[in-house]
Design a protein around this ligand. Structure first.
Ligand SMILES: *Cc1c(COP(=O)(O)O)cnc(C)c1O
Length: 444
């Protein structure tokens, strides 16, 4: 049998007790893999952009809101795209410089905007009202922060409605095809010499590459139009968002960053010609393939003739997969009690989680070697938006997360990314300090 680094990490995690009776579920991150993806992203843009083109790859923090991961990405030359005060705090805790931080969010408060402008963080305004707030802030305390406007090219949605941000009625950005909107956008720039960036993020998972490049093309054409009308290169940077889809059905990475940038090069050559600086905001495509949720099988049972493995990984770590399984199917790999890949004839079975609702299944009727109590189920490709985006159902604690790397001799080393949440943490987070607070409220 050919062991992958993931197989070795699973075996070592079981041997070291990172997962076991006390900690029945854990998140594992392949740190060498993350570094490799970051390098591939940089290399793809380096290959197709004119020498000297400024390019900032800002990792979308929501995809893996874990400080040590942001730090590794910063080491690899990436910045952060943040969308809340919490995400900004994580980026700062990771030591990501403000010059490598971009703030996008549809609901920035005045205080958030004031702070970002004071720090010099790049901000993309989402809508006319937000731009008016920025006008007021710029009038009272001019800032050198790079400022942009998010637009929605309204080029249509992908295969997952909730992930499609370029439909006619998407909540993000200024809809370019709405009546009068394009002219409004051009005027917004002509009236504000400090507005120098355009931003679009047309969707995540489920967007075909053709639609993504069409969105970027619309952004580029708009920038050219604004600059033409301004008579100068007022728009100097294009933020093209993230959204490269991930293949959840095998270990293959497809599409690759190189394929995407090659397609951008073919459809929007001016984009990479050096006339514009670039910002990207990839999330899922940098991390997904490098994460594994590893959970113990607590019980094996059957119902209606179908075997069910009751594991400790369900909606709390695989929220989207459990609630919208048709859009977010994931692969499950079976490992035995010692963490060795399970062999044996595939048997169609359900892989269930620990949550108290019937739909808490990460895989339904899935052919796998029959899981038994004490075995382990591994949810693959879960490095982005899974264990970093906990859902606190049933007061299930956030699992520990560990980074790993395999030495050439096969030895696996772990480092703590996040310690498991304790029951004390959980109680405190759930109002534990206020147990008596309702005692006299509402009594006759
Ligand atoms: C979520 C998001 C991203 C990242 O999307 P991925 O699909 O994870 O690459 C980038 N930019 C914005 C504005 C986002 O909301």
């Amino acid at each position: 049998m050919n062991f992958t680094d993931r197989d070795r990490a699973v075996r070592a995690a079981v041997a070291e007790g990172l997962v076991g009776a006390g900690e029945p579920v854990v998140g594992l991150l392949d740190i060498a893999g993350i570094r490799r993806s970051a390098a591939e992203l940089r290399a793809a843009f380096d290959e197709f952009t004119a020498p000297g083109t400024p390019v900032l790859h800002a990792f979308a923090v929501k995809a893996a809101s874990l400080v040590p991961v942001l730090r590794v990405l910063a080491q690899e030359g990436l910045g952060c795209e943040v969308a809340s005060p919490g995400e900004l705090a994580l980026a700062r805790a990771a030591g990501v410089p403000v010059a490598r931080t971009v703030l996008d969010s549809p609901a920035k408060t005045r205080a958030e905007l004031r702070e970002a402008l004071a720090l010099g963080i790049a901000v993309n305004a989402d809508n006319p009202e937000e731009l008016a707030r920025i006008d007021a802030l710029m009038a009272s305390a001019p800032s050198d922060a790079p400022l942009g406007l998010r637009v929605n090219p309204q080029i249509g949605g992908g295969s997952i409605g909730a992930m499609s941000t370029a439909t006619d009625t998407s909540k993000f950005g200024v809809g370019l095809r709405d009546e009068g909107a394009r002219e409004w956008v051009v005027r917004a720039f002509l009236d504000r010499p400090w507005l120098t960036r355009l931003h679009a993020h047309v969707g995540s998972q489920g967007m075909p590459m053709e639609l993504m490049t069409a969105g970027v093309r619309a952004l580029y054409v708009l920038a050219e139009e604004i600059n033409e009308r301004a008579g100068r290169r007022q728009v100097d940077t294009l933020d093209i968002g993230g959204g490269l889809p991930v293949n959840f059905s095998s270990d293959a990475v497809t599409p690759t960053y190189r394929e995407y940038v090659a397609q951008l090069h073919a459809t929007v050559p001016g984009l990479l010609s050096g006339r514009y600086g670039l910002v990207t905001e990839f999330g899922r495509s940098l991390l997904a393939k490098h994460g594994t949720v590893l959970a113990r099988v607590e019980y094996a049972k059957s119902a209606g003739g179908r075997p069910i493995a009751v594991t400790h990984a369900g909606a709390q770590v695989a929220t989207r997969t459990v609630f919208v399984p048709e859009s977010w199917p994931i692969r499950v790999a079976a490992y035995d009690a010692e963490g060795r890949p399970k062999t044996g004839a595939p048997v169609a079975q359900d892989v269930a989680g620990p949550c108290c609702f019937a739909g808490d299944l990460v895989a339904e009727n899935r052919p796998l070697p029959l899981l038994e109590s004490g075995d382990h189920a591994a949810l693959l490709d879960t490095g982005a938006y899974y264990f970093s985006t906990h859902f606190a159902y049933n007061s299930l604690p956030r699992p520990g997360v560990y980074g790993y790397a395999a030495d050439p001799d096969g030895t696996v080393r772990f480092a703590t990314v996040r310690t498991p949440q304790t029951l004390e943490d959980l109680t405190a987070e759930s109002g534990g300090a206020h147990a008596e607070s309702l005692h006299d409220l509402g009594r006759q």
